[in-house]
Write a protein that binds this ligand. Structure first.
Ligand code: 5GP
Ligand code: ZN
Length: 111
């Protein structure tokens, strides 16, 4: 499959890993918008948030829970989480990912 993030999960492409478990991988964004800019992704490939539904509440809940754990590990007090869904929302990589952004004062911009 021609998906950058699947290639990162498989090890075909490198990343700076921040966290990994059976279900999720987190790594530093290649083009950080803030001093801390981590992407948290499910290992299972689905393009975007709208590909998930009521049957996925466990996975989506664990995605947020694992994000809070990563934030604790990184000693982040204040941070922003963003999920872009669809190209007009700014999504460029079509494998669900949550942006975890911190380390500077974040104002109106999304991330
Ligand atoms: P999106 O705009 O789809 O919500 O965010 C995609 C993010 O993936 C962007 O912040 C971009 O910098 C990041 N990104 C794109 N390609 C790579 C890559 O090969 N490695 C890493 N670590 N980040 C990437
Ligand atoms: Zn993928």
């Amino acid at each position: 499959m021609d998906c950058i993030f699947c290639k990162i999960i498989s090890g075909e492409l490198p990343c700076t890993k921040v966290y990994e478990d059976d279900e999720f991988l987190a790594f530093n964004d290649i083009n950080p918008q803030a001093p801390v800019h981590i992407l948290v992704i499910p290992k299972e490939h689905r393009e975007m948030l709208s590909d998930y539904g009521p049957n996925d509440e466990g996975l989506l809940g664990r995605l947020l829970a694992v994000t809070t754990e990563i934030a604790r590990q990184q000693k982040l007090d204040h941070y922003r989480t963003v999920i872009n869904c669809g190209s007009d929302a700014g999504q460029m990589v079509f494998h669900l990912h949550l942006h975890l952004v911190s380390g500077r004062k974040l104002s109106g911009q999304l991330c």
